[in-house]
Design a protein around this ligand. Structure first.
Ligand SMILES: [Zn+2]
Length: 299
């Protein structure tokens, strides 16, 4: 069955959500009763207080005026398009207003981060790279300026395995070792250059392999090919798909989106990825436009 056949109506989408939200049984958010029954509108009627609860209540879809069917299409595109989807494309295709499209994508990006994701392990290459500025200003406006991104790449034999990305305020030990500690399993082998921001890696519980690059970009490419590949793909994505329209204060959620898709690039189970994002959407609480727009600037 194709996606559109299955999720062509709001009701079908709500039923799918209902199954995820109350997969361990219904619990009424108003009175706590576990006795309820499904209605034809996709909600659940509570026998305790006689209220109806939508499976979108208190999720990121809470009180959204956009039909749920459009949300599902947006998630589907986010998961299946190799480069994701831009607000401009979503605006045109759904169709919805630009602000609505942008906000939907911001909310979805937040749903793409899994709190309990397992840390990188084995051998991990770590480096930091600037994105934005002239480089990613391919056509279009350039809103971001330069921003520093820490990149960790797990090696899968000689290939690139999973990645983690973090927008960091500077290349200090606090930023870099903090990123490693949050992203890489203790005891793993961490490979970096000899920048002094990495001096604390061993002390943080890792095997630390250091390769001096002596300020030579050719050496950097030669000894850290995997992080450089990821950095160039990331820059291309920010430039081509988003055409320099990313603001610095929102950069982290774009990095999360990129890592989410990148880490699943070899998966054949698109349906499972879709399910996972929808699941995250009903786990995450509602965020208002203002909360998202005023996300803290980190530098
Ligand atoms: Zn109730």
């Amino acid at each position: 069955m194709t996606f559109l056949d299955r999720f062509g109506t709001d009701k079908a989408c709500l039923e799918y959500l209902r199954g995820i939200r109350w997969r361990d049984g219904f619990r009424c958010p108003a009175c706590g009763s576990s006795k309820g029954w499904p209605t034809a509108r996709g909600t659940v009627y509570c026998r305790g207080c006689r209220r109806q609860t939508s499976p979108t209540a208190h999720t990121i879809l809470h009180k959204s005026r956009t039909p749920i069917r459009k949300w599902f299409v947006a998630v589907w595109w986010m998961c299946t398009q190799k480069t994701g989807v831009s607000a401009k494309t979503l605006q045109r295709e759904l169709p919805v207003g630009y602000k609505t499209a942008w906000l939907m994508l911001q909310k979805l990006r937040r749903a793409m981060v899994r709190e309990a994701r397992s840390p990188l392990s084995g051998t991990v290459e770590v480096d930091e790279s600037y994105v934005g500025g002239e480089e990613t200003g391919v056509g279009g406006r350039q809103l971001m300026g330069k921003a520093l991104v820490a990149i960790a790449v797990e090696l899968d034999g000689k290939k690139v395995g999973r990645i983690r990305l973090r927008h960091i305020p500077d290349a200090s030990g606090k930023s870099l070792v903090g990123f490693i500690a949050d992203s890489v399993e203790k005891g793993a082998k961490v490979h970096t250059d000899d920048w002094n921001g990495y001096n604390g890696v061993r002390g943080a519980g890792y095997l630390h392999r250091v390769t001096p690059i002596l300020g030579d970009p050719q050496r950097a490419l030669k000894y850290f090919p995997h992080v450089h590949l990821v950095a160039s793909l990331l820059k291309r994505w920010l430039g081509a798909t988003h055409q320099g329209s990313v603001r610095k204060r929102h950069l982290q959620v774009y990095l999360d989106e990129y890592a989410f898709r990148f880490n699943r690039r070899r998966s054949r189970h698109v349906g499972k990825i879709f399910h996972r994002v929808i699941e995250q959407m009903v786990v995450h609480g509602p965020k208002t436009y203002n909360e998202i727009v005023k996300a803290a600037e980190i530098n």
